[in-house]
Every structure is written in C-alpha cells, then in structure tokens.
Design a protein around this ligand. Structure first.
Ligand SMILES: [Zn+2]
Length: 1021
C-alpha cells in the first residue's frame, strides 16, 4: 500500500514539482500550425527591485489562465521578461553611488555608469525571475526577454524609424517636469506632491509711462519670486466685471445648496466679492483696457519692459486680479504664453542653477537666487508684502527633489493620427477591456490626443537613433545614404539635418566632411514597453513566433498603467504590425492594507510574497490572491506581524509599522521589522508581516492532503484501469450525486475562469472540494469500501472525484495538486478518465481539463443532497452551540414537508453518521420534546433533544456568565461609538472596524441568548 507522509511539506513539494516541470519543459511552446493558440505577454516587472504583492497577484492570475488553457489543449505561450525601467533604475543606482562612494554619474561617465546599471540588472533580473518561478509561474523560460536586449532594441529602432519617416516624430520646445538632481525630464506619473511651508511674495510692477487717471503699478503674488527673472508678461482678465458676475452666481448657487451651518461662511465670501467689486474692479477694468491697447509694465530688478496682456488665466476674484506670466517655468503660464504668443525665457541650467538670462543672478542656485531676489526687491521698494503659506510642491518620485517646470528641447511623437486607430479598436470591440468600466478612462485619455514627449536626458535606456549634421545639402545626404532604406532625414528648422536610422549605426561618421552627432538622450522607458507584445515575438523579423502567437489573447494588468502602457501598446501594435496586440485586457483589483492605503515598501505596510511562499507555501499565497480577485476595484487585506517566538499575531498599525523593533504583547519577546538598522535590532529574529487571508489556502492544501491519504489507504486491491464506463443510471445515490456535482462544478468553474471571475472560481472549488467531497462524500462511501462486493466501484468513484478536483484546482494551486498527482500515479497510474486520451499524462500540468458528460447532471439528486447537507450542518451547529462532545450521539427529530421526507429517506443512515445523530422521527407532523434545541434549515425544523447530554444547571450558569460578559463589551463599544469625539475624529477605517466588532458581539450575544433559552425551557418543564 502506498502511504502519503502525514504532513504536506510545501517546501519539498515546490522544489520537486519545479524540477519535474523544468525537466519536461512543460511550459515551453513551439509554434505549430493548426492548433488553437492562447498567448499572453507578462507585464515586465522593473529590474529596480524585488517582486511585491501586486506582482504576485498579477502573475498568479496570468498563470491561472495559462495553466487552464494549456490543460484545455491550447498551444499556450506565456512570454516572460523584465523592463529596464529607465529613470527608476538609473536613479536607484545613482543614489547608491552617491551614498556609498560619494560619486555622481558625471564622475563615472556614461559608459561606466551604464556598466554599473547592467550589473545591477543582472542581479535583480535573476532575483525577479527566481521569485516568479517560486510562485509557480509557468512562463516559457526559454524565451525570457529584457526591454533593452538586442531583439527589443532592434524593434525599438525600427518602430522609431517608422514614425520618423512618416513625420510623426518632431523636435521642439516643450515644458517638462525637470528633475534637477537627475537632470532629466520626468513624466507626470513620476511626480508626487507634498505640502511644504512657504511664502506668498507680493511684488509691485510699475506701469510704463502711466497716463493721468491710470493705475501706476500692478501687484502680483508668487511662491517662487526668482521666476520673475523669466517673466514675459503680466496678465489681467479681459472682462473683469463679467468674471466677477460668474464668480458671484457660483457662490449664490453654492449657498442655496449648502446646509445652514455652512451658509455664514459663504456669506463672508459674498461680502468679500462685493468689496472687490467696489475697490478693485475699476482698476482692473482700466488695466484690461490698457492691455487691449498694448501697454507695458516694467519688470523689477532687470528693468525690461514686458506687455500687459488680457487673458482669462488672471482671476479677478483672486489676489490682486493680476498674475505674472513665466511661460518657460510654469505649466499654466506656458499655456498663456502659447495663446498670447509671448516669448519664453528659460532662466535655468539643467543642474538647477540660473543661466545668463537671469542677468546678475546667473550661476546662483534656485535657493540662493530666491534669497537675493527677495532682498533686492525689498531694497528697491518693490516688495509689498510677505505672507506665510502652505504650498503643494511637486517632487520627483525618483530623486525626491523639487520639480522645476522647465522649457526644453524634446523629441515628441504626434498623436493626432496615431490615436484614432487605438480608439477605434476599443470602440468597435476588437480589444475588449474587462471590467468594462475601465474602457472609459482609456478612451478619454486617448481622445485628448496629447503629444507624447519621448526624450529622457538619461544614460540608461534606448539611445534615440537620431544624428544631427550641419552645413551639408540634401544631395550630400542622398549620396551618403543611397541605397539604404533604413535611413531617413528631415530638415532641422534651426539649420542642418536630423538623420534617423533603423540600423544600429549609420556606418559613417561624416557626411561631406561634416561630423554626424548622435542625440545624447534616451527614449522614455514606455516606448520600449509599448512594443512588448510584438518585439518579444521577434518583430520586425517575420518570425514563426510572430505568425503563431500575435495578436496575443489576453493582457492582465492593473489600472494604474491603462493609459501609460496599455493604450500605447495598442497604438504601437497597430502602427507597426497593422494588428491589435491583444484581444482582451483584464484589469485586476488593487490590494490595499486594512486602512485602505496602497501597500508599499516605503510605508512599511506590505506583505512580502516571499515570506508567504516560505512559511505557508506558494499555493496558499495563490489561493488567497485568486480569492481576492473580485470585480470590485480594491481589496483590503488586514496585515499582522507574526511574533517569531510565540506565533502571536500583532496587528499592524500606522504607529507600529514604522518601528524597527516591536515587543510581542503576548510573550513579551522583541522582534525586528524591515526597518531594523542598528546592530541591536538586527540581531533580533524577524517578525514577518502576514495576513490571515493566506491561512485558508494553507488549510485547504492540508485538507486535500488528508483526503488523499484516506483515498490512498482505501485503494488497496484496486486494479487501475479506465474509469470511462460510469453508468449513472444504475449507480448508487451518492455516486450519482458526486458525478452530477463534478459536472456542474466543472461547468461553473470553467465559466468563471473564462469570465475572469477568479474569486468565484476559488469559492466554488473550495466549497465543493472541502464540504462536499472531503467532508461528505468520503464519509458516505465508507461503508461501501468495507464491503467487498461494492469496494471496486467505490474506489473508482473516489479516484474520479479526487482526480477531477486536482485538475480543476491545478491552475490555482499547482504544487499541492502536482504532488498528489505524482503519488496517485504510483498507485493508480493506469487510470484513465472519460476525457483522457490513450494514456494518463506524467504531470497534471499537461493533463486534460475535465469535460464531464452533461448526462451526469442530475438536478433532483443535487437538490436532495443540498437539503441533506443543510440539515447536517444545522445539527452540527446545535451541537457546537451546546458544547456536545464530538463522539456523543444526539437524538434528532426533523419536521419536514412530505416531498422532503421522501427525498431524505435514502439518506437517513448517512445523516446519522455525518451528524453523529440518531433520527428518532422524520415527517410533516412529528412532534419533539418541548425542551429540545431547535434550528431551521432547507425548509425543515430540526430538534435536538439534549436532556441527558449536558449538565443543564452547569451549562445555564456558564452561558449566563458568558452572555453577561458579552453584554459588557457591547455596552463599552456602543459608548465609544456614540461619543461624538470618537466618531468625528477617528479615521473612517478605525470607526468601521469598531462597528464591525460591535456587530460581531451582538451576533454572539443573540446566539448565547437563544442557547440559554433552550436550556431554561427544558429546566422549567
Ligand atoms: Zn510572542
């Protein structure tokens, strides 16, 4: 007899299964004709660091789809790889360089820095791929790609060249978010805002040659006084009176809709508006007229005359009603500058010091220039007032330094033509976004058709394949590149030519004696990710992979990168190949902590997936994550620290999650967290962050393991063979039920996976495998296993049930199912299921997905067992509530409608054995002892007579005391929730938690009161 070890050892199983799959290359897909194809590209993780829980979720769901399709017979390719993540990676390496060696990238030079980053990449790529394998991801490991490898680089050059040749790549000045530390433009999504203490400086600009009756000056306010050096205008609203009318109407409407307590505040605002009308409006009207007349004001300190312009950006209801305009250093001013055709004066060097445009301030840092400008304004008598202010300041996410809006020469891609096909692909349904609500943000973003600035002033990335050459004629270029269809050129408005090449080099350094100079910038990292689905398959070469696997089937991703990445993949996929890159996009939820905050390492509120894989197993992690993939936007996951000494769970809070060490409140021993840095803390054992969510997956693995132990122990003498001839009509009732459930559950789970309802698939499988197969069916077939005449058939059904569950669960929990499959192979390797081919595969990973015949479905039998199981659990609940020892038999009476009585008749024995009960009466009119405990289930009343089973007096005393204690807790909770200060001041999540606890206590009390009433009723009679 083959026996299973008592305990499931997930570590050993994970290593063994991975070895097995690798040896068989079961994850490899070779292009082949005539097969249904399922292909998917991994959202490439950044090589900046290790995988986090979001990656674990994303990849679990992909693997779930991939494993299912593979078992369903599709030729299945999951393309793995990582992203070079331009700025993110360079910033990490530069920061370390500075911290550890006190060197800047300029000390090292371009080549040496890039070499350092490659070394970093090798290290982290290895780690990330290792973690994906630990998770069980069945990627095609022979096809690992990197966004910066030679194949992807060729695709990047080809795609960029194609855009250049069509005139879709342009060069021009653009206002960008400038990171003065890294000295590069960063995109909006790489910027975060933080409140800092600052000032509002009110500065007077004198009017040039004021006429009698005209204002002699205007006052403007700014938080960045040094930017006045780049001012090119002062703006006033073109029709201030009308603008004040609009502002007043808006306030009146707000007042009408506001609750009474807010109205006085709005009245104050209205009054202030009236005062403005009286005091400021006449002056603003004059200034608007002067602006129309082309008048000027004088820029303080530099003395330049700059125009007064009329523009709606100036708000008469705010400040002085006038604003200074610095088009090269503020996004709103930039828009004004474009509208009013103002000069744009850039006063900054790339490193954040002031340039020659700043006159006497040239060479100063921004901070020093600010101090000097303010002092000089004051000395000149132009500084009117200084106000303290809290300012929302933009910071670079990578360097954590303030962002300077900055006008820079940038390559950008024109979107007007490119965006339309990508819009069409979603509106006409060729690309389906699931859940559908996310299609809106995709369409909204694309329909703005905003240019895509693609230059990054970095060294790590795809260098822009453009060279500049001056002093030559077009004929010289034609001669130099004749016969090359991979080289194109375009005139530079400022003289010379831009030459673009799809090849790695131009092959020449000079044209007609003039040097070719390559653009030093690299491309936005999203440019190479936009090509990911076709570049990984070999485009622009016409590879067999591209023909077989493109367009891909599904993309699984998070909503954060729907526009940055998904939309751009559609744009570039269609542009390069003429075809959409994928047919469906599934957007999965985000995992938040118990307070609704996103998890991040820097906050210290995450769970490290590696910890979970190590302590509870990859399957536990995967099962929990799949269970959390509901159709809601976000899922909250409570996180605890686990005390390494005693195992006690310490709730992770905003306070303790940033501490380097925590003292366990249970055993008192200290443990360290991720923040430990001093030696004394580092010497402590680590308390991993865990979540109870993962325990159920671990328990589920153990339940399956134990069920398998039971099955194997009962397989003795079983002669393995085809299990194809199941004759449902003549099978015993419980077999008909199992067969029917296998058919229904398979259909439901398959549909749930097809529809991306992963949580539903997990719920269905858990409920069926645990409650119905492991708990009910195994119990029901015990007597037949003991009967030589029926044993064979019962063994066959046990195998059918277990094997089908293993296959259905494999995509979600690959390791435990494979481990069990291997054990089953030793005992019943010759078995075949109705949906198997000639022989049983060596691995469940490549076994056929179950397709039970629809003839197995028997809804009457399913209903019968549904009632039966509901009654079993009702009896069990009464037993638990009254503390009846597990082995003690209880007398049970069931009052049920006639048809249910008939339905239950064949199951009496089963009911008695599963609920440890003795059925004394079942019928529509039965009566029970008045002292019996009761419950209702499935339309029946269940009575359990406990008269002789419990010491009634002792039990009454215990329950009464227990209830009293619960009441005390409830009173305290209510008092806390009802005091105004707590409900008003505590964070919403904390209040919600208190309420949930109160509800739990109330439910507990209700149960206790019912149980007490049961007993007291018995005592009085
Ligand atoms: Zn402890």
């Amino acid at each position: 007899m083959h026996e299973l070890p008592k305990q499931y050892d997930h570590r050993a199983a994970q290593a063994r299964c991975r070895g097995l799959w690798d040896a068989a290359r079961a994850w490899h897909a070779e292009p082949a004709v005539g097969r249904r194809v399922f292909s998917i590209v991994i959202p490439p993780p950044n090589v900046t660091g290790a995988l986090h829980l979001g990656h674990a979720l994303n990849n679990t769901l992909q693997d779930l789809l991939v494993r299912t399709r593979r078992m369903q017979g599709f030729l299945t390719l999951w393309m793995p790889g990582t992203d070079h993540a331009g700025i993110a990676t360079q910033a990490v390496v530069e920061r370390r360089l500075l911290e550890e060696e006190k060197l800047s990238r300029h000390d090292l030079g371009r080549e040496a820095l890039v070499a350092r980053i490659w070394a970093w990449k090798e290290q982290y790529e290895k780690r990330i791929l290792g973690q994906l394998r630990d998770l069980g991801a069945s990627c095609d490991w022979e096809r690992v790609r990197f966004t910066l490898d030679d194949q992807c680089a060729a695709a990047v050059r080809s795609a960029f060249y194609g855009l250049f040749r069509k005139g879709l790549v342009r060069r021009g000045k653009r206002l960008v978010n400038w990171d003065t530390f890294l000295q590069t433009a960063v995109s909006d999504d790489e910027v975060f805002h933080e409140q800092v203490k600052g000032h509002f400086w009110h500065i007077r600009y004198d009017v040039v040659d004021p006429r009698p009756g005209e204002p002699v000056s205007v006052t403007v306010a700014t938080t960045r006084p040094e930017t006045l050096l780049g001012d090119t205008a002062v703006a006033v609203h073109p029709s201030p009176a009308a603008a004040l009318d609009v502002a007043e109407q808006a306030l009146r409407a707000k007042r009408a809709a506001a609750p009474a307590k807010e109205q006085p505040g709005i009245d104050d605002e209205l009054e202030e508006l009236a005062a403005r009308r009286r005091d400021l409006l006449p002056g603003l009207e004059r200034l608007a007229a002067m602006a129309r007349d082309g008048r000027q004001v004088r820029l303080p300190l530099l003395g330049r005359a700059i125009p007064l312009v009329a523009d709606e950006w100036a708000k008469p209801e705010m400040g002085s009603g006038c604003v200074k305009i610095t088009p090269a250093h503020d996004p709103n001013d930039y828009d004004v500058g474009r509208r009013r055709e103002l000069p744009m004066v850039n006063i900054l060097n790339p490193d954040g010091t002031l340039n020659a445009e700043a006159g006497p301030y040239a060479g100063l840092t921004i901070a020093k220039a600010r101090t000097k400008v303010v002092a000089d304004l004051e000395a000149a008598g132009q500084l009117v007032q200084v106000e303290d202010r809290l300012i929302e300041l933009a910071h670079s996410d990578r360097s954590k330094t303030p962002i300077e809006p900055y006008l820079a020469d940038q390559w950008f891609i024109r979107m007007d033509e490119l965006a339309q096909p990508a819009l069409d692909a979603v509106t006409d349904g060729r690309v389906r976004i699931v859940p559908e609500r996310y299609a809106r943000s995709y369409l909204d973003w694309l329909s703005e058709k905003r240019d895509w600035p693609v230059s990054r002033q970095l060294w790590w990335g795809h260098r822009i394949p453009i060279w500049h050459v001056g002093g030559v004629a077009e004929a010289d270029l034609e001669k130099a590149f004749s016969g090359r269809d991979s080289v194109a050129w375009r005139a530079d408005e400022r003289g010379g030519w831009f030459v673009c090449s799809a090849d790695e080099s131009l092959g020449v350094d000079v044209v007609a004696g003039q040097p070719l100079e390559r653009d030093p910038d690299v491309l936005d990292t999203w440019f190479s990710s936009a090509l990911w689905p076709h570049s990984t398959l070999g485009w622009p070469a016409r590879t067999a992979e591209l023909a077989a696997f493109y367009p891909t089937s599904t993309l699984v991703t998070s909503r954060d990168i729907l526009t940055l990445w998904v939309a751009r993949m559609v744009i570039m996929g269609v542009f390069d190949t003429g075809e959409i890159p994928f047919r469906e996009v599934y957007i999965h939820p985000k995992i938040l902590d118990r307070y609704g905050e996103t998890m991040s390492k820097s906050k210290g509120n995450g769970v490290d997936p590696v910890d979970v894989i190590d302590t509870l197993g990859a399957d536990a992690l995967r099962f929990a994550l799949a269970s959390m993939a509901t159709e809601t936007q976000d899922v909250r996951m409570p996180v605890d620290f686990q005390c390494p000494a005693c195992g006690h769970l310490v709730e992770q809070t905003v306070q303790n999650r940033v501490k380097p060490r925590i003292d366990c409140p249970k055993c008192g021993k200290p443990f360290r967290t991720q923040w430990a840095s001093v030696e004394a803390d580092l010497a402590l054992p680590r308390g991993p962050a865990v979540s109870e969510r993962f325990e159920s997956g671990r328990n589920f693995s153990n339940k399956l393991w134990n069920a398998t132990r039971f099955v194997l122990m009962n397989l003795e003498g079983f002669t393995a063979g085809p299990l194809v001839g199941l004759d449902v009509a003549t099978a015993p009732l419980e077999d008909r039920w199992l067969a029917s459930r296998l058919a229904s559950v398979t259909a439901d789970v398959t549909r749930a996976i097809d529809d991306y309802r992963f949580a539903e698939a997990a719920r269905l499988l858990y409920a069926f495998a645990w409650d119905e197969f492991c708990s009910a069916y195994l119990e029901l077939c015990k007597s037949r296993l003991a009967d030589a005449a029926q044993r064979d058939r019962a063994q066959g059904m046990l195998l059918l049930g277990l094997d089908t569950i293993l296959r259905l669960l494999h995509p979600m929990m690959p390791f435990v199912t494979e481990e069990i499959w291997q054990h089953l192979r030793e005992v019943a390797g010759g078995r075949r299921l109705p949906w198997d081919g000639e022989s049983l595969p060596d691995s469940v990973m490549v076994a056929s997905w179950p397709v039970p015949p629809s003839a197995w479905v028997d809804s009457v039998t399913e209903a019968r067992f549904g009632t039966f199981l509901a009654l079993v659990s009702a009896i069990r609940e009464i037993r638990a509530r009254q503390n009846v020892p597990p082995k003690t038999k209880v007398p049970v009476v069931i009052r049920a409608p006639r048809e249910t009585v008939d339905l239950l008749a064949p199951l009496h024995a089963a009911l008695e054995s599963m609920a440890a009960a003795e059925l004394t009466a079942v019928g529509p009119d039965v009566t029970a002892s008045p002292s019996a405990a009761t419950a209702t289930a499935a339309g029946c009343d269940v009575f359990v007579d406990l008269a002789d089973l419990v010491d009634v007096d002792a039990e009454i005393a215990r329950l009464a005391k227990e209830n009293e204690k619960t009441e005390g807790f409830i009173r305290a909770k209510r008092a806390k929730l009802e005091t105004g200060t707590f409900a008003a001041k505590a964070p919403e999540a904390v209040v919600a938690k208190e309420r949930a606890q109160l509800a739990e206590l109330e439910a507990k009390l209700a149960k206790g009161v019912a149980a007490l009433a049961d007993l007291q009723a018995r005592q009085t009679r």
